[in-house]
Design a binder for this molecule. Structure first.
Ligand code: ARG
Ligand code: GLU
Length: 732
């Protein structure tokens, strides 16, 4: 199994890394951590034996205290299931519980005692329990496939069987993670905790200080921290929320560091990075540069303006859309940063050179034909994808069974989401469980129900309708060769007629039962015939649109089948050529990044220091959002230098710090720990120059942004007087 040597080989097989060129590059899997020369790690600053981070025999270790929390990362910080993560990661829960008369978004929230903690229906925490390499199983299942679509079906089927078997274990949540397009498949068993409650969130003016202006930037003064607690049944089993549940007792948790971080210190970022694109070939990267990110910027920009316009002057409406708006704004600015980073870093051009070097190197080797054919194969798939690119991009924005499209899953329009989800579920439920699309099996039902209920709490119909209209307008404007049948059938006559389209949509929304949460609930599990009988205009469109999504799914499956052959071949050559471990692309699995606290130079003549302070936050204060520190924080700031949470060297309470960690979206909330495995901060962002780091690591500008844990402790101590929590954190 030589080809898998670098990803998940046994620990003993390589310790050849004494002179490791790019130390900080790489989001390493737990097993890869054990392949790294322990002497090198020690030299970097690791004081624990690597075996304490991860025990291969048991398949766990301190790293398992880093958990995944619905799209973000988090860490256990007490034996009673207390979890720290980012404010923006728990913002959805804060929003869900906010009312104009009890505005937790603005004022923040602190549970003074455990019964006060606020439940959430959609937050889930997964704790890693076991990793098993299943590449052979998957490949065996796929090898006999007649064509690429059949290959994808066989792979999906094999994955599903593994997951079903794995989930027979008590409390288990399982998935098969795909590394670098199929280079390796790993079955990941986790404990899935479903009763997760909000414990603490600072006021928005702290948790989101600087807002979209400072987002993706340095210097930063955001207190992007919050806390939750995971609960289980009295028997210790994973369970839905119930008042009688008890705190989950994790095997591992991170103690809070006694000494804070400073410049030059070694840190590890532990978390669940979502998607990176480093294993793409140059032409595929060009698709991201020239199409994907520019389109995201355009579409999301349009949505942001629509949501802001339709909610203007209405605080109630603004609360409803707050969480979704924030997500879209974040992606919008990310897209801009990606495009800028491509230009600045000449990323495609450099990848082209690297690809050509690899091809030349492979040319004299026995596997040359296979490697070059793989590159051609990837190019061919891309060429086909580009033919219907615009249509497929737009369809992929609807988050229904299209999880294979990286970066899909817009949250608007919710009515479109409900219509397609109800239609699709009715059809899938008519099939045996094993043949259904992902996310629509019997075990997914509670999740779909919870999601529908959750969406209701962030639905504001005028905004929803306007985003729907904008979406339809884009679909109607597609070139003739790419037109979407359902959209043509239902809305074709409104092409070029924006006012009439909106008037029509208003009628549709009025006539549809989907706009009412209670009626909708009853429809979620209704059979197709019963739904059709209602002659609901939104549902009727949902069924037709679902046909178009199904056609897209089929196209994607065929492309995926080909990619799953070519990408691993190409990546094996890349790894052989490198001659040292290569970290796989991010795929929402547990990774470690080794880093040091340091500043950087963003441009000519400018140098950024690695730490910010409370004094710096005050300096930015204007009294106007997003630079409007709460009165009580400003009042206490004068005493901050004398607080026990002040940094001696800085003479103030520290707020943010930079390190050269290798991170991406999903790493938000990642515990940042020192060489002893003690918590010093929480990752929450990257710097502007580093947004395109998803395509390659550049040590000069690769900086992740973390909030110093001492800022949170200062808030809890000097502002909130949260004694019980401080005690639980072991600092009181
Ligand atoms: N850019 C960070 C991340 O990608 C922070 C996002 C939340 N903050 C915000 N202002 N939207 O998630
Ligand atoms: N804020 C991002 C998140 O939610 C992390 C920033 C990044 O992309 O590096 O995961």
């Amino acid at each position: 199994m030589k080809r898998r040597l670098f990803l998940f080989a046994s620990a003993a097989s390589l310790s050849l890394l004494a002179t490791w060129a790019l130390a900080a590059e790489g989001k390493w899997t737990p097993r890869q951590v054990l392949q790294i020369d322990p002497a090198w790690l020690q030299q970097q600053g690791l004081e624990l034996p690597p075996g304490q981070l991860w025990d291969e025999a048991r398949g766990t270790g301190l790293l398992a205290a880093a958990v995944s929390i619905t799209g973000c990362s988090a860490g256990f910080v007490s034996p009673d299931g207390l979890i720290v993560t980012n404010h923006h990661c728990l913002f959805g829960v804060v929003q869900e519980h906010s009312r104009p008369e009890r505005d937790l978004i603005t004022h923040g929230f602190l549970a003074r005692s455990r019964p006060d903690e606020l439940p959430s229906k959609t937050m889930r925490v997964t704790v890693p329990r076991r990793f098993t390499d299943v590449t052979d199983r998957i490949e065996a299942a796929a090898s006999g496939a007649a064509d690429p679509s059949a290959r994808t079906r066989a792979i999906t089927q094999a994955q599903r069987e593994l997951v079903t078997a794995c989930e027979k274990a008590p409390d288990a949540g399982c998935r098969v993670a795909v590394f670098d397009g199929g280079l390796q498949y790993v079955l990941i068993e986790t404990i899935e905790l479903r009763d997760v409650r909000l414990v603490y969130a600072p006021p928005r003016a702290i948790g989101e200080y600087g807002g979209e202006i400072d987002n993706w930037m340095w210097p930063r003064h955001t207190g992007d921290f919050a806390m939750a607690r995971a609960y289980v049944s009295p028997e210790g089993r994973s369970a839905e929320f119930a008042p009688g549940n008890v705190p989950y007792r994790p095997e591992f948790h991170f103690p809070v560091a006694r000494r804070g971080v400073g410049p030059g210190d070694f840190v590890m970022v532990l978390g669940y990075p979502g998607i990176t694109y480093r294993s793409l070939i140059a032409e595929e990267m060009a698709e991201r540069r020239d199409r994907f990110f520019p389109w995201r910027e355009q579409v999301f920009g349009e949505w942001i303006r629509a949501i802001e316009r339709t909610t203007e002057g209405s605080p109630d409406a603004q609360i409803l859309v707050a969480a979704d708006l924030k997500t879209i704004q974040n992606r919008y600015k990310n897209a801009q940063g990606q495009v800028a980073g491509f230009r600045r870093g000449r990323i495609v051009e450099r990848q082209q050179e690297a690809d050509d070097r690899l091809a030349a190197w492979a040319a004299d080797r026995p596997e040359a034909a296979e490697v070059l054919a793989a590159r051609d194969g990837l190019r061919d798939v891309l060429k086909e994808r580009l033919e219907t690119w615009e249509r497929d991009f737009l369809l992929s924005l609807v988050p229904v069974g299209l999880t294979t499209v990286p970066g899909s899953a817009g949250t608007f329009s919710k009515m479109l989401y409900h219509a397609v989800t109800i239609a699709h579920l009715a059809r899938e439920r008519a099939k045996p469980d094993a043949q259904r699309t992902a996310g629509f099996t019997e075990r997914d039902l509670p999740r779909l129900r919870d999601r529908a209920a959750r969406e209701e709490k962030s639905t504001y119909l005028p905004a929803d309708r306007e985003v729907f209209a904008l979406y339809l307008e884009r679909l109607l404007a597609l070139p003739e060769t790419q037109r979407v049948p359902s959209v043509e059938q239902f809305f074709g006559k409104y092409r070029g007629a924006p006012v009439a389209l909106r008037a029509h949509l208003e009628e549709v929304y009025k006539a549809s039962a989907l706009t009412s949460a209670s009626t909708r609930e009853g429809l979620l599990e209704a059979p197709e015939a019963a739904l059709r009988e209602r002659q609901d205009p939104l549902l009727a469109f949902g069924f037709a649109f679902d046909d178009d999504l199904t056609a897209l799914r089929a196209r994607l499956a065929a492309w995926e089948g080909r990619i799953s052959v070519h990408r691993p071949t190409w990546r094996r050559a890349v790894i052989a050529h490198a001659g040292e471990p290569v970290a796989p692309d991010a795929n929402s699995t547990l990774r470690v990044s080794f880093a040091h606290v340091k500043g950087y130079s963003p441009r000519d003549a400018v140098t950024y220091g690695p730490q910010t302070t409370l004094a710096g936050a005050l300096e930015k204060h204007t009294g106007e959002e997003p630079f409007d520190l709460p009165e009580r924080v400003r009042a206490s700031a004068a005493d901050a230098p004398g607080s026990r949470w002040a940094d001696e060297r800085l003479g103030d309470v520290p707020i943010g710090f930079l390190a050269d960690g290798d991170t991406t979206g999903g790493n938000s909330g990642s515990p940042v720990v020192n060489g002893r495995g003690e918590l010093v901060g929480l990752n929450f962002d990257r710097v502007w120059e580093n947004v395109a780091n998803d395509f390659g690591y550049n040590p000069a500008i690769a900086r992740n942004v973390s909030v110093d844990i001492r800022y949170m402790l200062w808030m809890l101590d000097d502002i909130e007087g949260a004694d019980a929590l401080l005690k639980e954190l072991g600092v009181r």
